[in-house]
Design a protein around this ligand. Structure first.
Ligand code: PEP
Ligand code: MG
Length: 305
């Protein structure tokens, strides 16, 4: 069987990894790194709520679980970069865990206690995550970046960085430090976040869409009102990418919109640095990115004639 020539793109194409066991398959796609490593499944597989570990003075166990899981990904991908996203677990999804019975009943979990806001309230979890990354960094895994989910104010970024430093990891030096843009407030204030110091930004369009359009992404009754291509969502996306480009900050996307060909074409035109998609979509995304890049070059060349 004839082998296809590799597709070369300047825009990087990366993998989203939700289960560490899937890392080898993600790597086999030729992905340029992991643009989103989710933590939620690591915790669900452990079967115990992270807060329970902390309350029972079993922080070491929690750190070790994180180390073992993150290792499966950073080792397979080394030296390609892996962006680890700190825990983002809506309360309703963690109730089944041992210790999950203490999760509060929230009227609107999607607007509730999740992402960085919760991790700053219960900073023991965030500390354990940074400790795990420090251990891996000390072992020579210098390919780890940290990404903060659901930030809505630059102060959250400042506080998260401080905790990272307290654990002995220096942001921007030991690890790349970045954030997700998932709340309209973050897209609107992106310059203020950049001013706090960011190595990269990743557009979480799944949440950005739900919060911009006031459409619960898990509610079937309003599913028809959910669209990443709504002009307001695209305006926030464009604003974020252009501001990052102006400031020389790497800007990526890890939401599902990054797997939609005609959206990807627009993002490449706006100047996105990388697109991260599920493993099964990576080849198609790479082809789309290559086509979009070549179209840009061709259009520019024709203009000069
Ligand atoms: C997103 O919100 O676009 C995203 C990638 O994060 P998650 O789907 O895990 O909320
Ligand atoms: Mg999200």
């Amino acid at each position: 069987v004839a082998q296809e020539a590799p597709i070369i793109t300047v825009t990087q194409v990366k993998a989203n990894v939700s289960m560490p066991e899937a890392a080898p398959r993600a790597f086999a796609t030729g992905a340029d790194g992991v643009g989103l490593l989710r933590t939620e499944h690591m915790m669900l597989a452990a079967g115990v709520h992270p807060v329970k570990f902390l309350e029972e003075d079993r922080e070491d166990e929690l750190v070790n679980i994180l180390v073992e899981n993150i290792l499966k990904v950073v080792d397979v991908f080394y030296p390609k970069p892996v962006w680890y996203r700190t825990l983002d677990s809506p309360t309703d999804e963690f109730k089944t865990l041992d210790g999950g019975e203490n999760e509060p009943d929230e009227p609107n979990p999607m607007l509730g206690w999740r992402g960085i806001r919760r991790e700053l309230d219960q900073d023991g979890i965030l500390r354990a995550e940074f400790k795990a990354i420090k251990k891996l960094h000390d072992q020579g895994y210098t390919n780890i970046g940290v990404m903060i989910p659901l930030a809505q104010h630059p102060d959250e970024l400042r506080k998260a960085k401080k905790i990272c430093e307290e654990v002995g990891l220096t942001p921007h030096k030991d690890i790349e430090f970045g954030m997700m843009v998932e709340i309209p407030a973050a897209a609107i204030l992106i310059q203020d976040f950049i001013d706090v110091g960011l190595d990269f930004v990743s557009l979480g369009t799944n949440d950005l869409t739900q919060y911009t359009l006031a459409v619960d992404r898990n509610n079937e009754f309003v599913a028809k009102n959910y669209s990443e291509e709504h002009p307001a969502v695209m305006a926030l996306v464009e604003r974020t990418i252009r501001t990052c480009v102006e400031n020389g900050v790497t800007c990526s996307i890890c939401g599902q919109a990054g797997s939609v060909p005609h959206i990807v074409e627009k993002l490449v035109g706006m100047g996105i640095t990388s697109v991260s998609a599920n493993s099964d979509a990576i080849l198609e995304v790479r082809k789309t990115v290559a086509r979009a890049e070549q179209k840009l070059i061709l259009d520019a060349a024709r203009k000069q004639q």
